[in-house]
Design a protein around this ligand. Structure first.
Ligand code: UD1
Length: 431
């Protein structure tokens, strides 16, 4: 499952260009199925999850390819031949469930197994199903598969009980091609939702209000091909900025939208870390000496992102004083805690709170990453720790960060990849 060795204690200094957003790329690749013309998507990061999504489209008979050199995806859904992707593909990654909305538009029927992905909680799909039902879809269970069918989608009114990112995306994609108007209230407001709406609009869609909690979608009959560049990955940018602070160095990240990182930057400043905005798309963060403890709570955007909570906790492990981290988005997102404790962190869990007593330093140890952002947190902790850390389960890192080891090595990190998983090599051959 992939193993890396990290020699910690080296302050990182330098500039790193942030890749395109994983969480924007995945729904955009799925939405490319809405048109039968060619779609070109640029700045798509070279990730296992991207390759999984492309394989899902291919399994439906759609032409889809990824060029890792140009970081470009091409999709041509002239024909969508099949309506049942292999269960193992859907189980590999929760985001594969995002083909549900576009498939209902194109095929009127799709059979999907329940999605998998990071083991960070129950993560049901009830909100996806409830929203799509309001647009005229019917759902039944047959031999363990969700069978989704419709005689034809139509616009409708949907109030989401919770602003789920994935449900908002599935609903937008289905409603974009459904005759009539759809109003989606209490929608997720993440930048990736805005990017999806901009992408669909670039194909001829009529979506307004994305980025607010009330989205209006006028269904259109036909979409046309487009060329589109995805937004920079705010979670990767945040992870790299934290690497600057945790190692007592200074990292400059290029290709960022500072607006997307407001909550992280505010919290970083509160710790006493150095944070600078240099122009409209460049940020710098670092620290001299130990940072200070802070409390933080994860929330839907624009609140503090749950996808940066584990990495920020890594920083708090060596901050002066006692911090409290409250996780409100996922019910099981403290899987990094036991591993940070192996490295000398003092953390107590009380329900969805983690109380962290900052230590002067962490020490290298063998640790295991159980999910994507936990892997990032352990890598950051290892970079800041004394001695060598062996991180197994590093496959999770490759699901969400493209070439991170090499890019960190260029700014001074001592990282050695001991083994890469077979699945990574296989996936790379197949796209
Ligand atoms: C997306 C991101 C993920 C991020 C998360 C929250 C992608 C590919 N993934 O995941 O990295 O951590 O947003 O910012 O974009 N829920 C339900 N019922 C549903 C749907 C969700 O109860 O039908 C719950 C989930 O269990 C979870 C919470 O809502 O507790 C948030 O989930 P959601 O916003 O849907 O996250 P994802 O789209 O899965």
């Amino acid at each position: 499952m992939g193993k890396i060795l990290v020699q910690g204690g080296v302050p990182l200094h330098g500039r790193i260009r942030v890749k395109g957003s994983k969480n924007a790329s995945l729904p955009i690749i799925a939405a490319a199925m809405l048109t039968d013309e060619q779609v070109v998507i640029e700045d798509v990061p070279d990730l296992l999850d991207v390759r999984t999504m492309i394989n899902v489209l291919r399994s439906l008979g759609v032409e889809a390819s990824y060029n890792p050199h140009t970081e470009t995806v091409k999709v041509c859904a002239r024909r969508v031949k099949y309506s049942q992707p292999p269960p193992q593909l859907i189980q590999q990654m929760r985001a594969s469930f995002l083909v549900l909305g576009p498939m209902l538009s194109r095929k009127k029927q799709v059979r999907l197994t329940l999605p998998g992905g990071c083991a960070i909680g129950a993560r049901p799909v009830d909100l996806h199903l409830k929203g799509l039902t309001a647009l005229g879809a019917r759902f039944t269970i047959d031999q363990g598969l969700i069978v989704a069918e419709t005689e034809g989608l139509r616009g409708g009114y949907i109030y989401l009980d919770y602003p789920s990112v994935g449900a908002t995306e599935n609903i937008i994609m289905a409603a974009a091609a459904a005759p009539g108007a759809t109003t989606l209230e209490n929608a997720a407001t993440e930048p990736e939702i805005v990017d999806l709406a901009n992408f669909i609009n670039s194909m001829g869609g009529r979506i307004s209000g994305a980025g607010t909690s009330s989205i209006r979608i006028e269904g259109v009959e036909e979409f046309h091909g487009t060329r589109y560049t995805v937004i920079p990955d705010r979670i990767e940018a945040g992870t790299l900025l934290l690497a600057g602070a945790i190692t007592g160095g200074e990292i400059t990240v290029e290709n960022v939208v500072p607006e997307h990182l407001k909550s992280l930057l505010a919290k970083l400043r509160e710790t006493g870390a150095l944070v600078e905005e240099i122009g409209s798309s460049t940020l710098r963060a670092g620290s001299i000496g130990r940072t200070a403890a802070v409390d933080l709570k994860t929330l839907p955007y624009p609140g503090f992102p749950t996808d940066l909570q584990p990495q920020f906790m890594a920083l708090l492990c060596t901050s002066r004083g006692t911090s409290m981290v409250t996780e409100t988005v996922f019910e099981n997102r403290f899987q990094h805690v036991s591993e940070l404790v192996r490295m000398g962190a003092r953390i107590q869990i009380d329900g969805n709170h983690a109380i962290i007593q900052g230590q002067p330093y962490l020490t290298g140890a063998p640790v295991r990453a159980a999910d994507l952002r936990a892997a990032a947190a352990l890598l950051l902790a290892a970079l800041g720790a004394r001695g060598v850390t062996e991180i197994s389960g590093a496959v999770h890192l490759w699901r969400g960060y493209s070439g991170l080891e090499e890019r960190l090595q260029k700014v001074g990190a001592r990282i050695q990849v001991v083994s890469a998983p077979d699945c990574q090599k296989r996936e790379q051959r197949s796209c």
